[in-house]
Design a protein around this ligand. Structure first.
Ligand code: EPU
Length: 307
Protein backbone atom coordinates (compact mmCIF):
# COMPACT_ATOMS: atom_id res chain seq x y z
CA UNK A 1 0.00 0.00 0.00
CA UNK A 2 1.31 3.43 -0.83
CA UNK A 3 1.21 6.34 1.67
CA UNK A 4 -1.96 7.79 0.08
CA UNK A 5 -3.75 4.47 0.50
CA UNK A 6 -2.52 4.13 4.06
CA UNK A 7 -3.82 7.58 4.92
CA UNK A 8 -7.17 6.89 3.24
CA UNK A 9 -7.62 3.59 5.10
CA UNK A 10 -6.68 5.13 8.45
CA UNK A 11 -9.31 7.83 7.89
CA UNK A 12 -12.11 5.28 7.49
CA UNK A 13 -11.91 3.65 10.90
CA UNK A 14 -11.72 4.74 14.51
CA UNK A 15 -9.16 2.23 15.84
CA UNK A 16 -5.44 2.58 15.10
CA UNK A 17 -4.07 0.36 12.33
CA UNK A 18 -1.14 -2.00 12.85
CA UNK A 19 1.16 -1.68 9.82
CA UNK A 20 3.49 -4.52 8.69
CA UNK A 21 2.21 -6.65 11.52
CA UNK A 22 3.24 -10.28 12.06
CA UNK A 23 0.24 -12.59 12.14
CA UNK A 24 1.60 -15.29 14.46
CA UNK A 25 0.02 -13.54 17.44
CA UNK A 26 -3.38 -13.68 15.70
CA UNK A 27 -3.42 -17.43 15.00
CA UNK A 28 -3.97 -20.38 17.32
CA UNK A 29 -0.95 -22.12 15.75
CA UNK A 30 1.21 -19.07 16.63
CA UNK A 31 2.57 -19.09 13.09
CA UNK A 32 2.46 -16.50 10.33
CA UNK A 33 4.49 -13.84 8.55
CA UNK A 34 3.52 -10.16 8.32
CA UNK A 35 0.47 -8.57 6.73
CA UNK A 36 0.60 -5.06 5.25
CA UNK A 37 -2.00 -3.98 7.78
CA UNK A 38 -4.21 -5.35 10.54
CA UNK A 39 -7.41 -3.36 10.77
CA UNK A 40 -10.12 -3.58 13.46
CA UNK A 41 -13.55 -2.50 12.28
CA UNK A 42 -16.12 -1.53 14.91
CA UNK A 43 -19.37 -1.26 13.00
CA UNK A 44 -21.18 -1.75 9.70
CA UNK A 45 -20.50 1.78 8.47
CA UNK A 46 -16.76 1.32 8.89
CA UNK A 47 -16.82 -2.18 7.41
CA UNK A 48 -18.68 -1.11 4.28
CA UNK A 49 -16.42 1.91 3.79
CA UNK A 50 -13.29 -0.26 4.18
CA UNK A 51 -14.61 -2.93 1.78
CA UNK A 52 -15.47 -0.25 -0.79
CA UNK A 53 -12.00 1.31 -0.55
CA UNK A 54 -10.24 -2.08 -0.77
CA UNK A 55 -12.34 -3.10 -3.80
CA UNK A 56 -11.73 0.24 -5.58
CA UNK A 57 -7.99 0.08 -5.00
CA UNK A 58 -7.86 -3.68 -5.68
CA UNK A 59 -6.14 -4.39 -2.36
CA UNK A 60 -6.43 -8.03 -1.23
CA UNK A 61 -7.99 -8.63 2.19
CA UNK A 62 -8.97 -11.45 4.51
CA UNK A 63 -10.98 -11.76 7.69
CA UNK A 64 -9.23 -14.10 10.11
CA UNK A 65 -11.61 -14.30 13.05
CA UNK A 66 -9.73 -15.77 15.99
CA UNK A 67 -7.26 -17.44 13.63
CA UNK A 68 -8.18 -20.88 14.92
CA UNK A 69 -8.45 -22.85 11.70
CA UNK A 70 -5.75 -21.12 9.81
CA UNK A 71 -2.21 -21.54 8.55
CA UNK A 72 -0.61 -18.25 7.55
CA UNK A 73 2.45 -18.70 5.34
CA UNK A 74 5.88 -17.47 6.42
CA UNK A 75 5.86 -14.92 3.56
CA UNK A 76 2.84 -13.34 5.22
CA UNK A 77 0.04 -11.60 3.35
CA UNK A 78 0.37 -8.70 0.91
CA UNK A 79 -2.89 -7.09 1.88
CA UNK A 80 -5.18 -6.14 4.73
CA UNK A 81 -6.28 -8.41 7.57
CA UNK A 82 -9.68 -7.43 8.93
CA UNK A 83 -10.72 -8.15 12.50
CA UNK A 84 -14.36 -7.73 13.48
CA UNK A 85 -14.66 -5.77 16.70
CA UNK A 86 -17.20 -3.51 18.49
CA UNK A 87 -20.78 -4.25 17.42
CA UNK A 88 -19.66 -7.41 15.61
CA UNK A 89 -18.76 -8.92 18.98
CA UNK A 90 -22.20 -8.38 20.50
CA UNK A 91 -24.98 -10.93 20.78
CA UNK A 92 -28.41 -11.01 22.39
CA UNK A 93 -31.40 -13.23 22.86
CA UNK A 94 -34.40 -12.07 20.82
CA UNK A 95 -38.00 -12.35 21.92
CA UNK A 96 -40.15 -14.79 19.98
CA UNK A 97 -43.84 -15.81 20.07
CA UNK A 98 -42.96 -19.49 19.89
CA UNK A 99 -42.62 -20.88 23.45
CA UNK A 100 -40.44 -23.78 22.27
CA UNK A 101 -37.92 -21.67 20.41
CA UNK A 102 -35.17 -19.23 21.28
CA UNK A 103 -33.54 -16.90 18.79
CA UNK A 104 -30.05 -15.50 19.30
CA UNK A 105 -28.84 -12.69 17.10
CA UNK A 106 -25.05 -12.31 17.01
CA UNK A 107 -22.32 -10.40 15.22
CA UNK A 108 -19.93 -12.34 13.01
CA UNK A 109 -16.98 -11.56 15.30
CA UNK A 110 -18.52 -13.17 18.43
CA UNK A 111 -16.75 -16.07 20.07
CA UNK A 112 -18.75 -19.22 19.36
CA UNK A 113 -17.84 -20.72 22.74
CA UNK A 114 -19.07 -17.56 24.50
CA UNK A 115 -22.45 -17.71 22.72
CA UNK A 116 -22.66 -21.39 23.60
CA UNK A 117 -21.99 -20.55 27.25
CA UNK A 118 -24.70 -17.86 27.30
CA UNK A 119 -27.19 -20.23 25.64
CA UNK A 120 -26.51 -22.66 28.47
CA UNK A 121 -27.31 -19.93 31.02
CA UNK A 122 -30.47 -18.94 29.12
CA UNK A 123 -31.67 -22.54 28.89
CA UNK A 124 -31.38 -22.67 25.10
CA UNK A 125 -30.44 -26.04 23.66
CA UNK A 126 -28.74 -26.79 20.35
CA UNK A 127 -25.36 -25.10 20.64
CA UNK A 128 -23.85 -27.43 23.27
CA UNK A 129 -21.61 -29.03 20.63
CA UNK A 130 -19.80 -25.69 20.24
CA UNK A 131 -18.88 -25.19 23.90
CA UNK A 132 -15.23 -26.05 23.18
CA UNK A 133 -14.91 -24.64 19.65
CA UNK A 134 -12.60 -21.64 19.94
CA UNK A 135 -13.33 -19.72 16.70
CA UNK A 136 -15.72 -16.90 15.79
CA UNK A 137 -19.33 -17.30 14.75
CA UNK A 138 -18.65 -15.96 11.24
CA UNK A 139 -15.85 -18.46 10.67
CA UNK A 140 -17.96 -21.28 12.11
CA UNK A 141 -20.79 -20.51 9.67
CA UNK A 142 -18.49 -20.28 6.63
CA UNK A 143 -16.91 -23.65 7.43
CA UNK A 144 -20.05 -25.21 8.91
CA UNK A 145 -18.13 -26.05 12.07
CA UNK A 146 -19.27 -29.08 13.98
CA UNK A 147 -18.53 -31.63 16.64
CA UNK A 148 -20.19 -34.63 18.32
CA UNK A 149 -22.61 -35.22 15.47
CA UNK A 150 -23.98 -31.65 15.32
CA UNK A 151 -23.01 -28.74 13.13
CA UNK A 152 -23.84 -25.09 12.52
CA UNK A 153 -26.18 -25.90 9.63
CA UNK A 154 -28.77 -27.30 12.06
CA UNK A 155 -29.16 -24.01 13.97
CA UNK A 156 -28.36 -21.18 11.52
CA UNK A 157 -31.65 -19.43 10.69
CA UNK A 158 -30.25 -16.63 8.54
CA UNK A 159 -26.96 -14.91 7.72
CA UNK A 160 -26.14 -11.34 6.74
CA UNK A 161 -23.16 -10.72 4.49
CA UNK A 162 -21.60 -7.29 4.16
CA UNK A 163 -20.13 -6.40 0.77
CA UNK A 164 -18.88 -3.15 -0.72
CA UNK A 165 -22.44 -2.72 -2.07
CA UNK A 166 -24.17 -3.14 1.27
CA UNK A 167 -25.65 -5.94 3.34
CA UNK A 168 -27.48 -8.97 1.94
CA UNK A 169 -29.56 -11.39 4.00
CA UNK A 170 -29.79 -15.12 3.29
CA UNK A 171 -32.46 -17.27 4.91
CA UNK A 172 -32.08 -20.90 5.90
CA UNK A 173 -33.50 -22.34 2.65
CA UNK A 174 -30.91 -20.45 0.57
CA UNK A 175 -27.83 -21.45 2.54
CA UNK A 176 -26.76 -24.90 1.20
CA UNK A 177 -24.36 -26.44 3.73
CA UNK A 178 -22.35 -29.65 3.49
CA UNK A 179 -19.68 -31.26 5.74
CA UNK A 180 -17.39 -28.40 6.87
CA UNK A 181 -18.60 -26.07 4.13
CA UNK A 182 -21.22 -23.39 3.45
CA UNK A 183 -21.32 -24.00 -0.29
CA UNK A 184 -23.24 -20.80 -0.99
CA UNK A 185 -20.37 -18.69 0.34
CA UNK A 186 -18.05 -19.69 -2.54
CA UNK A 187 -19.58 -16.98 -4.75
CA UNK A 188 -18.78 -14.35 -2.09
CA UNK A 189 -15.25 -15.39 -1.11
CA UNK A 190 -13.00 -12.30 -1.19
CA UNK A 191 -16.04 -10.01 -1.51
CA UNK A 192 -18.12 -10.47 1.62
CA UNK A 193 -17.90 -10.67 5.40
CA UNK A 194 -20.36 -12.43 7.71
CA UNK A 195 -21.71 -9.44 9.62
CA UNK A 196 -24.58 -11.03 11.55
CA UNK A 197 -26.15 -14.43 12.15
CA UNK A 198 -29.45 -15.50 13.66
CA UNK A 199 -29.42 -18.84 15.43
CA UNK A 200 -32.57 -20.78 16.17
CA UNK A 201 -32.38 -22.87 19.33
CA UNK A 202 -34.85 -24.83 21.45
CA UNK A 203 -35.97 -23.91 24.93
CA UNK A 204 -34.63 -26.47 27.38
CA UNK A 205 -33.69 -27.07 30.97
CA UNK A 206 -30.48 -25.15 31.92
CA UNK A 207 -29.24 -27.97 34.18
CA UNK A 208 -29.63 -30.61 31.45
CA UNK A 209 -27.87 -28.34 28.97
CA UNK A 210 -25.07 -27.64 31.47
CA UNK A 211 -24.58 -31.35 32.12
CA UNK A 212 -24.43 -32.13 28.40
CA UNK A 213 -21.87 -29.32 27.86
CA UNK A 214 -19.73 -30.68 30.66
CA UNK A 215 -19.87 -34.25 29.22
CA UNK A 216 -18.73 -32.89 25.85
CA UNK A 217 -15.97 -30.78 27.42
CA UNK A 218 -14.66 -33.86 29.26
CA UNK A 219 -14.76 -35.91 26.06
CA UNK A 220 -12.87 -33.19 24.22
CA UNK A 221 -10.24 -33.02 26.96
CA UNK A 222 -9.73 -36.79 26.77
CA UNK A 223 -9.52 -37.12 22.99
CA UNK A 224 -7.99 -33.79 21.98
CA UNK A 225 -5.75 -33.04 24.95
CA UNK A 226 -3.16 -30.71 23.50
CA UNK A 227 -0.71 -28.53 25.39
CA UNK A 228 0.81 -26.95 22.28
CA UNK A 229 -0.61 -24.32 19.91
CA UNK A 230 -2.66 -26.03 17.17
CA UNK A 231 -5.45 -25.45 14.67
CA UNK A 232 -7.83 -28.21 15.77
CA UNK A 233 -8.40 -30.95 13.20
CA UNK A 234 -5.93 -30.31 10.40
CA UNK A 235 -7.61 -32.52 7.78
CA UNK A 236 -11.27 -33.12 7.00
CA UNK A 237 -12.46 -36.59 7.84
CA UNK A 238 -12.90 -38.73 4.72
CA UNK A 239 -16.41 -40.17 4.44
CA UNK A 240 -17.00 -42.94 6.98
CA UNK A 241 -13.52 -42.71 8.46
CA UNK A 242 -11.37 -40.49 10.63
CA UNK A 243 -8.26 -38.65 9.43
CA UNK A 244 -6.81 -39.04 12.94
CA UNK A 245 -7.23 -42.83 12.81
CA UNK A 246 -5.64 -43.08 9.34
CA UNK A 247 -2.63 -40.98 10.40
CA UNK A 248 -2.37 -43.12 13.53
CA UNK A 249 -2.38 -46.47 11.66
CA UNK A 250 0.29 -45.05 9.35
CA UNK A 251 2.46 -44.76 12.47
CA UNK A 252 2.98 -41.02 12.06
CA UNK A 253 2.05 -39.70 15.53
CA UNK A 254 4.96 -37.83 17.09
CA UNK A 255 6.68 -37.22 13.73
CA UNK A 256 8.43 -33.85 13.93
CA UNK A 257 9.76 -31.44 11.32
CA UNK A 258 11.46 -28.34 12.70
CA UNK A 259 9.11 -27.04 15.38
CA UNK A 260 6.02 -28.78 13.98
CA UNK A 261 4.85 -32.13 15.27
CA UNK A 262 1.95 -34.54 14.75
CA UNK A 263 0.36 -34.70 18.19
CA UNK A 264 1.12 -37.85 20.14
CA UNK A 265 -2.47 -37.80 21.44
CA UNK A 266 -4.42 -37.27 18.23
CA UNK A 267 -3.13 -37.92 14.72
CA UNK A 268 -5.20 -35.13 13.16
CA UNK A 269 -3.68 -32.40 15.36
CA UNK A 270 -0.54 -30.74 14.01
CA UNK A 271 1.06 -28.74 16.78
CA UNK A 272 3.66 -26.02 17.13
CA UNK A 273 6.12 -27.32 19.71
CA UNK A 274 7.94 -24.00 19.61
CA UNK A 275 9.31 -21.91 16.78
CA UNK A 276 7.55 -23.87 14.01
CA UNK A 277 7.37 -22.17 10.64
CA UNK A 278 4.47 -22.51 8.22
CA UNK A 279 6.97 -24.33 5.99
CA UNK A 280 7.48 -26.97 8.72
CA UNK A 281 3.73 -27.52 8.96
CA UNK A 282 3.34 -27.67 5.17
CA UNK A 283 6.16 -30.23 4.90
CA UNK A 284 4.54 -32.32 7.62
CA UNK A 285 1.21 -32.03 5.81
CA UNK A 286 2.72 -33.33 2.55
CA UNK A 287 4.40 -36.28 4.31
CA UNK A 288 1.10 -37.22 5.97
CA UNK A 289 -0.83 -36.97 2.70
CA UNK A 290 1.70 -39.13 0.83
CA UNK A 291 2.00 -41.80 3.55
CA UNK A 292 -1.75 -42.09 4.16
CA UNK A 293 -2.39 -42.26 0.40
CA UNK A 294 0.21 -45.01 0.12
CA UNK A 295 -0.99 -46.97 3.16
CA UNK A 296 -4.76 -46.53 2.99
CA UNK A 297 -5.43 -45.15 -0.51
CA UNK A 298 -7.14 -42.08 0.98
CA UNK A 299 -6.38 -38.51 -0.13
CA UNK A 300 -6.60 -36.31 2.93
CA UNK A 301 -7.91 -32.81 2.29
CA UNK A 302 -6.94 -30.00 4.69
CA UNK A 303 -9.68 -28.57 6.88
CA UNK A 304 -7.52 -25.61 7.82
CA UNK A 305 -7.59 -22.60 5.52
CA UNK A 306 -4.39 -21.09 4.14
CA UNK A 307 -3.32 -17.49 3.81
N1 EPU B 1 -8.54 -42.09 16.42
C1 EPU B 1 -7.44 -42.91 16.43
N2 EPU B 1 -6.20 -42.32 16.55
C2 EPU B 1 -6.02 -41.00 16.67
C3 EPU B 1 -7.15 -40.15 16.63
C4 EPU B 1 -8.41 -40.72 16.52
O1 EPU B 1 -7.57 -44.13 16.32
O2 EPU B 1 -4.87 -40.55 16.76
C5 EPU B 1 -9.89 -42.68 16.32
C6 EPU B 1 -10.65 -42.49 17.62
O3 EPU B 1 -10.38 -43.53 18.54
C7 EPU B 1 -12.10 -42.51 17.15
C8 EPU B 1 -12.01 -41.92 15.74
O4 EPU B 1 -10.65 -42.01 15.34
O5 EPU B 1 -12.55 -43.83 17.04
C9 EPU B 1 -12.50 -40.47 15.69
O6 EPU B 1 -11.69 -39.66 16.51
P1 EPU B 1 -12.29 -38.47 17.39
O7 EPU B 1 -13.46 -38.95 18.20
O8 EPU B 1 -11.16 -37.82 18.09
O9 EPU B 1 -12.93 -37.48 16.34
P2 EPU B 1 -12.36 -36.91 14.96
O10 EPU B 1 -13.12 -37.58 13.86
O11 EPU B 1 -10.89 -36.95 14.89
C10 EPU B 1 -14.08 -34.96 14.71
C11 EPU B 1 -13.97 -33.52 14.30
C12 EPU B 1 -13.54 -32.68 15.51
C13 EPU B 1 -14.59 -32.85 16.59
C14 EPU B 1 -14.66 -34.35 16.97
C15 EPU B 1 -15.73 -34.64 17.98
C16 EPU B 1 -13.31 -33.43 11.97
C17 EPU B 1 -12.19 -33.30 11.00
N3 EPU B 1 -12.97 -33.40 13.26
O12 EPU B 1 -12.78 -35.39 15.08
O13 EPU B 1 -13.54 -31.33 15.11
O14 EPU B 1 -14.26 -32.09 17.74
O15 EPU B 1 -14.99 -35.11 15.78
O16 EPU B 1 -16.99 -34.59 17.37
O17 EPU B 1 -14.47 -33.54 11.55
C18 EPU B 1 -12.18 -29.56 14.26
O18 EPU B 1 -12.95 -29.58 13.30
O19 EPU B 1 -11.22 -28.78 14.38
C19 EPU B 1 -12.43 -30.54 15.32
C20 EPU B 1 -11.62 -30.67 16.36
Amino acid sequence: MNPRQQEKLAGLISQPIKWRCRLDRYTSLSIGGPADAVVRVDNRRELQAVLTFLAEDKIPWQVIGRGTNLLVRDEGFAGVILLLDGEFKKFARQSTDDADKGIVCAGGGCSLAQISFSCMEWGLAGLEFACGIPGTLGGAVIMNAGAWGSEMSSIVENVRLMTADGEKRFVRGELDFSYRCWNGFAAFRGKAVVSEVELELKNGDPDTIRQYCSVLQDRRKKTQLCKYPNAGSFFKNPSNDSAGRLIDVSGLKGLTIGGAMISEHHGNFLVNKGGASAGDVLNLMKIIQAKVKNDSGVELEPEVHFI
